[in-house]
Design a protein around this ligand. Sequence first.
Ligand code: SMG
Ligand code: MG
Length: 369
Amino acid sequence: MKTKITGIELRRIAMPLVTPFRTSFGVETTRDVLLVRVVTADHEGWGECGAMSEPRYSSEYVDSVQHVLRRFLIPALPKDGLNVHEPARVMAPFTGHRMAKSALETAVLDAHLRAADESFGSYLGAARDRVPCGVSVGIMDSVPELLDAVERYIAEGYVRIKLKIEPGWDLAPVRAVRERFGGELPLQVDANAAYTLSDAQHLAALDDFGLQLIEQPLANDDLVRHAALAKRLRTPICLDESITSAADAAAAISLGACSVVNIKPGRVGGYLEARRIHDLARAHGVAVWCGGMLETGLGRAANVALAALPGFTLPGDTSASGRYFATDITKPFVLSDGHLDVPTGPGLGVEPLPDVLDAVTTSVEWIKM
Ligand code: SMG
Ligand code: MG
């Protein structure tokens, strides 16, 4: 089936976070999100971009995404209609910019699925109707403050806790969480590339805490040193920033650089590539889970659908709307018994609430096809 696009809207929204989110590379207080809306004669489709305001997590940032979409990616789309695989094909000659490509491909896919009356979950191959959810807990000013936050999240039902770590905030918070909440709590850490291989001995001290994994300890572009580190740790290594494609995942697995993969569709160029990584990892017996980029309900809907695929054997960073925003732009995702339901309606299965969307919109750009 061909989808013929009449125009594309690039909408920027500013979403205040309920609590500042601090990682080893900075603090987020308001999420600056780019939404792509693809319009056809009868339908529309939405894609949410995972890029942050500044190029710290990865080289893309929201302004860069909007620019590359307007200047290169949108003009490359065929004018006479396209199927869901064509966006990736026509965008491939442009190097990188995977978050931009993902947002555009997702919007086209959503428009296509709404027209076909099929849900994201059904199209991607979801194997269950709800997914278990973890929560990513930022770096805090003190250990007592962290313990209070973790206690609240556990009380809300989250089935797994991830602590953000950096040099100076690693062993002590992990030890404190273990002492307070016990050895059975599924617990993992994420360094966002804040360490070097010379920290191997220090990181090996985390082995005593029975963590599910350590996520992205070393630099984004360093599979070789991750493989060396993996030999020195008992804690499994999970890669996030380092994996930008199925080819990267294949290389990382064969090098022994990781034994778990965090899949974020934006980071890898879209849900179709994300599914390829899932398939590849599953064939190699490598566990995957769905990461998060502080998405609104639109991005969350697609992530929850992806996380329902059979190889997603670990809880993801697919937290409830209330973990991020006082008011989401869609009907909120609410945790029930530690799970979120996979939407079943056509496409993403959720829509922006017009009044909320207008209230948070900071700019709108319309590109006629
Ligand atoms: O969406 O719950 C979420 C955030 C999960 O920790 C999270 N994301 O490296 O995995 C990661 C970070 C990247 C974003 S940090 C601003
Ligand atoms: Mg991460």
